[in-house]
Write a protein that binds this ligand. Structure first.
Ligand code: NAP
Length: 487
């Protein structure tokens, strides 16, 4: 079930927000500790969905500052009036006795951490006579979610268990797979009642929460930061279009990625996308590596093959496919014999450099930090140049892998317009915005401009195909990416 908390201050606003919440919620939580004035009897008479009545004191992370007697009187009144649920804090459970058909949620909150003795905390909640045990605790690291899932998995008692904060986001989605009684979702941005709450709209449409069950396959993108990643939108849409029982999560991994991958084996994750800054570090966690990923020293895709992790790199094939399609297709590759000027010497440049050399292109590499250009050039037998000298380099194809021109610095280009010659193919790795200043200037100069969108969709589509064995719904994936980018 999805529960939307209503945190309005006045009776009129509470009624209005209840009506709004009713569209996406199975249950509405009346957070009366946020309200300055209310008439509970009328609120319950007009409730459009079953409700949880909550009046959370400051000591448990709520807003209620009045007397304890008055606070509990509201909860007792909710029981008398027949609210479906009432939320009573563990330390007050004895003072709001069960009554009628109201089910008591007995709750405890920890805004600092996931307690070391979580199982004992859960046992205490159950022992208190809770119809539904509830704990919410702050995750400081993504691995904290695992302990919450363990409790959920092992209990037969109705339980609401979740981690708060950005690191706890996955508990709000994946808890359902392990039997969470309900999850909380906000009405929208700014209306969260606890840190890290996802909007009900995202929970339903993006993560397809209602379809998650015990058999749902789990995938995700390992990154840090991860909030800006387009992969959850694109890959969840792909799974949806293919009617696959799967969910794809943003996984913010701080610190050691090998430790993360090993710890998350407990969840039997079926596949990962891997991006900055973990593409190199994750290699050490693989049981098997594709030779290209091994040679480049970077993995962007992990597939779980019966418990063994296989690491590969779809960045290379994805980018080469985008380029080859733009140039038009001789075999074995239209890139053979082409003079390519590659801007940048970071992770993306490395993947492209190997792909291009393997296809017989002649490569010149230019980078702001010349030494990095020199190092990569030596590795792949290319020439190295300074970024300020690129106008003098003769090339059929110019590839930008620097982050210059990326959102929000959309008025910057890595090269002067004079470096762009009619007939050149100009490929920008950047996909946000889809049309960078470099690409706009390239079109104006009579070049063929290729957006990083094609690369992004290709690498994600190849991941989807590797994981599922199904053809990727590329059109859907590109449409969702463009929608998310506002393009
Ligand atoms: P990275 O490893 O951090 O490399 C960044 C590169 O940008 C380095 O060469 C760096 O030069 C250069 N750079 C940064 N700021 C600069 C500036 N102000 N002036 C000149 N050069 C500058 O990052 P990455 O993984 O290679 O990614 C680079 C870009 O490619 C990003 O925009 C990323 O979104 C994009 N990308 C797109 C796709 C796709 O699917 N379309 C896939 C991968 C990457 P120094 O060496 O001097 O620092």
């Amino acid at each position: 079930m999805i529960c939307i908390p209503v945190t309005a201050k006045t009776q009129e606003r509470i009624l209005a927000e209840m009506a709004e919440a009713a569209e996406a919620a199975d249950v509405i939580e009346l957070r009366l500790d946020f309200a300055a004035r209310f008439d509970l009897k009328t609120l319950l008479e007009k409730r459009p969905r079953p409700v949880i009545v909550t009046n959370r004191p400051v000591r448990e992370g709520g807003n209620y500052r009045g007397s304890e007697e008055d606070r509990l009187a509201v909860l007792r009144q909710a029981v008398e009036l027949g609210a479906e649920y009432v939320d009573v804090e563990l330390d007050s459970a004895g003072r709001v006795p069960p009554g009628g058909r109201t089910r008591r949620i007995v709750s405890t909150h920890d805004f600092k951490e996931v307690p070391a003795d979580l199982r004992r905390v859960h046992a205490e909640l159950v022992k208190s006579g809770a119809d539904i045990a509830k704990f919410a605790c702050m995750a400081n690291h993504i691995a904290d979610n695992l302990r919450v899932f363990e409790v959920l998995r092992d209990t037969k008692h109705a339980t609401i268990a979740l981690c708060m904060g950005e690191a706890g986001l996955i508990s709000r989605i994946l808890g359902r797979k392990y039997g969470n009684f309900l999850t909380f979702a906000s009405l929208g941005k700014g209306k969260e009642s606890a840190p890290g709450q996802i909007s009900a709209a995202d929970l339903r449409a993006l993560y397809r929460y209602k379809r998650i069950g015990a058999a749902t396959e789990v995938y995700g993108v390992i990154a840090n930061p991860v909030a800006h990643s387009m992969s959850p939108a694109v890959l969840n849409a792909a799974f949806d279009a293919a009617r696959r029982d799967a969910v794809y999560l943003p996984l913010k991994v701080e610190g050691d990625v090998v430790q993360f991958v090993n710890a998350f084996k407990a969840l039997d994750i079926q596949g990962y996308s891997v991006t900055l800054p973990h593409k190199q570090g994750v290699l050490a966690a693989m049981d098997e590596l594709d030779p290209l990923a091994e040679r480049i020293g970077a993995v962007n895709t992990v597939a779980n093959r019966g418990g063994k992790l296989f690491g590969t790199n779809t960045d290379v094939t994805g980018a080469m496919k985008a380029l080859e399609e733009a140039i038009g297709g001789e075999t074995p590759s239209p890139l053979k014999g082409k003079r390519v000027l590659l801007l940048g010497a970071g992770g993306a440049a490395r993947a492209l450099a190997y792909g291009l050399i393997d296809r017989g292109a002649t490569l010149a590499i230019a980078n702001r930090t010349y030494e990095r250009a020199e190092k990569l050039a030596t590795e792949v037998s290319a020439t190295a140049h300074r970024l300020e000298d690129v106008a003098a380099v003769e090339a059929d194809i110019l590839l930008n892998t620097t982050s210059v021109g990326m959102h929000p610095n959309v008025d910057a280009s890595p090269v002067p317009a004079a470096a762009l010659r009619r007939g050149m193919v100009v490929f920008d790795a950047i996909y946000n915005p889809p049309a960078t200043k470099l690409l706009r200037e390239a079109e104006a100069a009579g070049c063929e401009a290729v957006s990083g969108i094609a690369w992004f969709v290709n690498q994600a589509a190849l991941q989807f195909e590797l994981w599922t064995g199904l053809p990727a719904p590329r059109d859907v994936m590109e449409r969702v990416l463009r929608e998310r980018l506002g393009a």
